[in-house]
Structures are given as structure tokens and as C-alpha cells.
Design a protein around this ligand. Structure first.
Ligand SMILES: [Zn+2]
Length: 341
């Protein structure tokens, strides 16, 4: 990968590298690593996030992972200056505290994320929503590089989002901005975990599209997706995409539904933000360029004329590393700003 500088105006070739820890807590796993200010990943690992064991256990897992990075750094003679921690849900990034519950982690409201990690590594810790850090990672080192208005959306177990404007994460009045998975696409639609109805997430989230296929099969619809599977519990989004590609009617319909709802929801976001680029990441973005192109075409067919020639809808470039990259890069940037004050 080409060198990445936090500040492109300064050549840092001759300066010593700086390093930060990046933590990225997902629905099931915690990814973590050490990133340099050139965007080099010098250490990377992952562990089960223990998200079903409750907030306290999750904080322990995160603190231990950060400590593991510190031990590696010590062995390699690397000086780490800060850590960033991307987590699900609404995160008060000033206090480093989780403000609300999330379906992925029990007892998550009020979890003191930054403090728990800081106690273990004794360095500044910056906590934020995981999709905010994904969008920041793509802004600083990925598909949204050099762009003024970047929208990132993560398609996984849930649907997350992040908005970066002029290099700053847009968080809103109570840190609840960019909840792109909860943009409403059906006013009287399916009940969502957020308390509303008809959110994008309910039509395109991984577990919901799997459920859609299982429901259709249980009603007697036929599909090639069941071939070679022991039970419908083994159905995954990747299998749904593969079956759709082979012309399977049921799976094709589910993918069409995803494209339609994502296209409609993203168009609403475009009409509010008018971004330079929409970066699509998360596990399901691995469905490939044809899927991303279909979403882009759907959005472009719906947006207003001035936007059509300007808007880019692209796949995330940093893949699974966007979260750790974004959180570590953000921590380094914020530390520099804090020190300058
Ligand atoms: Zn919702």
C-alpha cells in the first residue's frame, strides 16, 4: 500500500513513525492491531468479543487486547501514543461512554469504554461508533481519500453508517447522527430493533435476509440454496448471493429487494448530505462488484439530475481493516489536535 500521511502537506519520510492501537468491536469478534501514521499495519489479531456475556466482559476483552498490543510494541521497541476503540451503538466520543443499548451486547448502556482501556494501558483512548471509524478509515486511507463529503455504510449483521465532512466525523447533537441503517424506507414497514418501523436494516441486514429466505422455504418455495445444506440454519448471505447468481428465483428476489431498499435509502441520504462518495463496506460488500454496481445504478436512477454525474458509489477499499485503521488513525489525529491546544 502507498504511504499514507495524516497530513499530506508535510513530508514525513524523514520523521520517526508514530503508532496507535486500533480496536474494532463487531457483532461477534473484536479485531485489533497496531497502525503507523503511514497506514502500515504492524500487528493484527482478533478474538471472540464475548458480546453475549455482557458489557463488563466485553470491556475486559478490549482492555486485554490493547494490553496484548502494548506487549508486542514493547518487544519490537515501538512507542504507542494512543488507542482508538470502535464499538456498536451510540457512543459519547467526548466521554468515551456507550449511551444506549445495542442488540449485539447485553448491558452495554453506560459502559465506560475509554476508561476501561485506559486503566490497562495508561494512554489516551478515543472511543466512537464502529461505523464512524470505518468511514473515517476510508476517508483517510481508502475509497474516500481526499474527498470533502464521505458517507460510509456497513452491510453486516446490522447496517451501520458514518459521515465524514471536511475530515471531521459528523456526530450530531447527542452522538446519534449517521445511523444510516435506520433511515426509513417503508413508513408502515417491519418493526425494527430501534423502536421504529421500516428501517433499511430490516430489509438488508444479514440476519434479516437469511430469515426472509428461511420463511419463504418454510412456505414451500423451492430454491437451489438448500442443496448440500444440512439445515436452513446453515444459510448465509454469501450463499444467497451465490444462488442468485446461478439464477435461483427466490434468492434473486431477495437480492433484488436489498438493491431496491438500499438504493431508496441511500438516495434519501444523498438528498440530505450530497456526498462526493458513498463507500459500501461490511461483510456483505464482499458480494462483489456486480452487487455494488447494482446499488450504485439504483441510487443514480433515483437522485436528482445535478448529482447523477458527480456521485460515486464504491466498495470500501480497506475491507476488514477499515475499523482498526480508522480507529487508530483517528486516535493519532485527535491526540495531535489535543496536544496542539
Ligand atoms: Zn431501526
Amino acid at each position: 500500500m502507498a504511504p499514507i500521511y495524516l497530513d499530506d502537506k508535510i513530508s514525513k519520510n524523514d520523521l520517526p513513525r508514530r503508532y496507535a492501537i486500533g480496536l474494532d468491536l463487531g457483532g461477534t469478534h473484536l479485531k485489533y492491531g497496531i497502525i503507523s501514521d503511514r497506514g502500515e499495519i504492524v500487528y493484527k489479531n482478533f478474538t471472540p468479543g464475548r458480546t453475549s456475556d455482557g458489557g463488563k466482559k466485553v470491556l475486559n476483552v478490549m482492555a486485554e487486547a490493547a494490553h496484548e498490543c502494548m506487549m508486542f510494541a514493547k518487544k519490537e521497541n515501538i512507542t504507542i501514543s494512543a488507542a482508538g476503540a470502535g464499538c456498536p451503538g451510540t457512543i459519547d466520543s467526548e466521554q468515551g461512554i456507550s449511551l444506549g443499548p445495542t442488540i449485539h451486547i447485553t448491558a452495554w448502556e453506560g459502559a465506560e469504554i475509554a476508561e476501561a482501556i485506559n486503566k490497562k494501558i495508561h494512554l489516551p483512548v478515543f472511543a466512537d461508533n464502529d461505523a464512524n471509524f470505518m468511514a473515517f478509515g476510508e476517508y483517510i486511507a481508502g475509497a474516500g481519500r481526499q474527498k470533502q463529503f464521505v458517507v460510509g455504510i456497513t452491510l453486516g449483521t446490522g447496517v451501520g453508517g458514518g459521515i465524514v465532512i471536511d475530515g471531521n466525523i459528523h456526530r450530531g447533537a447527542v452522538f446519534n447522527a449517521a445511523e444510516l441503517g435506520h433511515v426509513v424506507v417503508e413508513a408502515e414497514g417491519r418493526v425494527c430493533s430501534c423502536g421504529n418501523r421500516g428501517c433499511i436494516e430490516r430489509y438488508v441486514g444479514a440476519k434479516y435476509i437469511v430469515q426472509d429466505v428461511v420463511d419463504a422455504l418454510s412456505k414451500g418455495e423451492e430454491s437451489i440454496i438448500t442443496q448440500g445444506l444440512k439445515s436452513t440454519g446453515d444459510i448465509t448471505p454469501i450463499l444467497i448471493f451465490a444462488a442468485a447468481k446461478h439464477g435461483d428465483e427466490l434468492c434473486g428476489r431477495i437480492v433484488d429487494q436489498m438493491v431496491k431498499y438500499l438504493g431508496a435509502g441511500l438516495t434519501s441520504i444523498v438528498n440530505v448530505i450530497n456526498p462526493d462518495v458513498i463507500v459500501i463496506g461490511g461483510g456483505m460488500s464482499d458480494a462483489g462488484p456486480v452487487f455494488i454496481k447494482r446499488i450504485g445504478d439504483e441510487v443514480l436512477s433515483r437522485v436528482m439530475k445535478p448529482v447523477r454525474k458527480q456521485l460515486q458509489v464504491v466498495q470500501a477499499q480497506l475491507g476488514n481493516d477499515a475499523g482498526i485503521m480508522g480507529s487508530a488513525m483517528y486516535a493519532m489525529k485527535q491526540l495531535t489536535l489535543d496536544n496542539a491546544q
